[in-house]
Design a protein around this ligand. Structure first.
Ligand code: HEC
Ligand SMILES: [Cu+2]
Length: 360
């Protein structure tokens, strides 16, 4: 209908059926508003000149015009009502999933600061949602903590996920590709990192995705889902890096190559850094304080790190070889799943002071 609607710099790609209808309304409202302003401002400028004060000429007395009043009420009213009727009709489309999507319901749980997605087939994803081209799906969401908003600009869709409630939307992707997923509701410290990817795959690729053969990752942002990788994310999120980093040899041990080595403790004893030692070092750092270090490390309780997460952190610590520990400037991790992000070049951000106790 309007070819210019596809222009990428103005609007995101149209990747769902709904986005096409939505954009027509968007441009209609834009057009009417632009035209309306053009008329108002031209009249304003016109009147400035035509009715300007003239020497020796007494102005004519004007006592209003019902005809004019009528015209400038009815015409805008017509346009405003057209916005309303059209908008309401589209809203109706947006909130009522088509019947064919009935048995394809995805669930999504928002949490500070990630998206957990589950497919109707049971597949789980974090900060990613993989869909099949041309297949309509429903999505139901809720939140574990605060209000988040599951927003996909390319689908022209967003809906709040609210703790204690289920909300939903539906999509019918029409274009294979990778699109942005955002949290569209400010939700705290790392809100800006609560982003991800929407992968729309062809039928064939989607089938191999379900079988686990298809690699959705593009290699640039290796969200490989391994425990060590998940642990690395936690290590950054929990701000362990504030003390344990490449640069701070004086503040806390670097932890590189720590696994299975002998650790000298205060009091003259020595222990081998096995899994239990690593676990205790995090849950209860006072238990075994390293010789020569101040006991300043805060204990991380279950509220801060669940047992599951702790296992991941420990896998990460075990994987650390000399030179592996991120530098302080990586305090703000690269958003997981962010499209086109090169993780090999972390953004140079000013380092922040760590908050003992982990999460802000
Ligand atoms: C406030 C600074 C600080 C923070 C934050 C901190 N640590 Fe520590 N950490 C220390 C210090 C100091 C030591 C050495 C003293 C001790 O053993 O308690 C230490 C010791 C350790 C050890 C034992 C090191 C060894 O050489 O045997 C491990 C493992 C460890 N920390 C992991 C973590 C993890 C994982 C986090 C994040 C969840 C974390 N630390 C957060 C300061 C910190
Ligand atoms: Cu959020």
């Amino acid at each position: 209908m309007f070819a210019f609607m596809d222009t990428p710099p103005i609007l995101p790609e149209q990747a769902s059926e709904f986005s096409k209808e939505y954009d027509v309304l968007f441009w209609y409202i834009m057009g009417v508003c632009a035209l309306g302003s053009a008329v108002v401002y031209s009249l304003l400028i016109y009147c400035c000149f035509v009715f300007a004060k003239k020497e020796g000429v007494a102005p004519k007395r004007i006592l209003g015009s019902n005809k004019l009043e009528f015209i400038w009420t009815i015409i805008p009213l017509f346009f405003f009502l057209s916005f309303f009727v059209w908008g309401a009709r589209l809203y109706d489309v947006a909130i009522n999933p088509p019947p064919e999507s009935a048995d394809r319901e995805y669930t999504v749980v928002g949490k500070q600061w990630m998206w957990k997605v589950q497919h109707p087939t049971g597949h789980r994803e974090i900060n990613e949602i993989t869909l099949q081209e041309g297949v309509a799906v429903r999505i139901t969401g809720t939140s574990e903590d605060v209000i988040h908003d599951f927003g996909i600009p390319a689908f022209r869709s967003k809906f709040d996920v609210v703790p204690g409630r289920y909300t939903s939307a539906w999509y019918k992707p029409i274009k294979v590709g990778s699109y942005h997923l955002f949290c569209d509701q400010y939700c705290g410290f790392a809100h800006s990192q609560m982003v991800g990817k929407v992968n729309v795959l062809s039928q064939e690729d989607y089938a191999s995705f379900l079988e686990g053969i298809y690699r959705v990752r593009d290699g640039k942002n290796p969200v490989d889902g391994s425990p060590a990788w998940e642990g690395r994310k936690l290590f950054l999120k929990l701000q362990c890096l504030g003390c344990h980093n490449k640069e701070s040899e004086s503040r806390a041990p670097t932890l590189e190559g720590i696994y299975k080595t002998k650790r000298a403790l205060q009091g003259g004893t020595t222990v081998v850094a096995d899994d239990t030692y690593l676990r205790n070092s995090i849950r209860n750092p006072m238990l075994q304080v390293r010789d020569g270090w101040k006991p300043i490390m805060p204990a991380y309780t279950r509220n801060q790190v669940t047992e599951e997460e702790l296992l991941n952190v420990i896998s990460y610590l075990k994987s650390l070889k000399p030179g592996d520990l991120p530098s302080r400037t990586e305090m703000n991790p690269v958003p997981v799943g962010a499209p086109n992000v090169d993780t090999s070049a972390p953004p140079a951000q000013p380092s922040t002071t760590p908050k003992p106790g982990g999460q802000p």
